[in-house]
Design a binder for this molecule. Structure first.
Ligand code: URA
Length: 171
């Protein structure tokens, strides 16, 4: 991507890559920054990379990613018209859940990421994304399908929450 958006995204990626003393980064192979179209109106936030994502440096390319692609296709979307990232940019060892401290540490980068993309619609997949962006009071079942207008950093966006594809695969 060309222009100032592309430059800002590259700078953000570089600053995340410079994180020090982070167990996640130290145990990972690649940063998993984003996939899709930075000019899309829709941004999707998952949780954290898994083994496939870590090896390729691309979010949602394993089994959960295949299901996500099918979910998108069912509403006539694909990676050319959405932009995808995660709460955490490095794979947690053994796929453990990211800790509160880790989420807190990566949140300023995520807020910056959302500001740069400035999506009209933000889709949160799973409870980690829900709890981080909206709060811990609600469950996915409470808020699923309801629009939540939210200011994230300087970005006013319409948030919608859904089940994480990994959760759906376990059902
Ligand atoms: N699950 C996520 O939350 N993100 C990915 O990138 C892959 C699996």
């Amino acid at each position: 991507i060309k222009g100032t958006k592309g430059k800002k995204l590259q700078e953000l990626k570089d600053s995340i890559n410079k994180i020090k003393n982070c167990e996640l980064k130290e145990n990972s192979t690649n940063i998993v920054f984003s996939d899709g179209n930075p000019n899309a109106k829709i941004m999707i936030i998952g949780e954290a990379p898994g083994v496939n994502e870590d090896l390729e440096g691309v979010p949602f390319i394993g089994r959960a990613g295949e299901l996500l692609d099918k979910m998108l296709l069912s509403i006539n979307l694909d990676r050319d018209n959405v932009y995808i990232s995660n709460i955490i940019n490095f794979r947690p060892p053994e796929n453990r859940n990211p800790t509160e401290d880790e989420i807190t540490r990566y949140l300023p980068y995520l807020i910056k990421h959302i500001e740069i993309i400035s999506p009209q619609i933000l889709i949160l997949l799973g409870s980690t994304a829900l709890n981080t962006i909206i709060g811990k009071e609600e469950t996915i079942s409470d808020v699923r399908g309801k629009w939540i207008n939210k200011k994230i950093g300087n970005c006013n966006t319409a948030v919608i929450v859904s089940f994480h594809p990994s959760f759906l695969m376990r059902q």
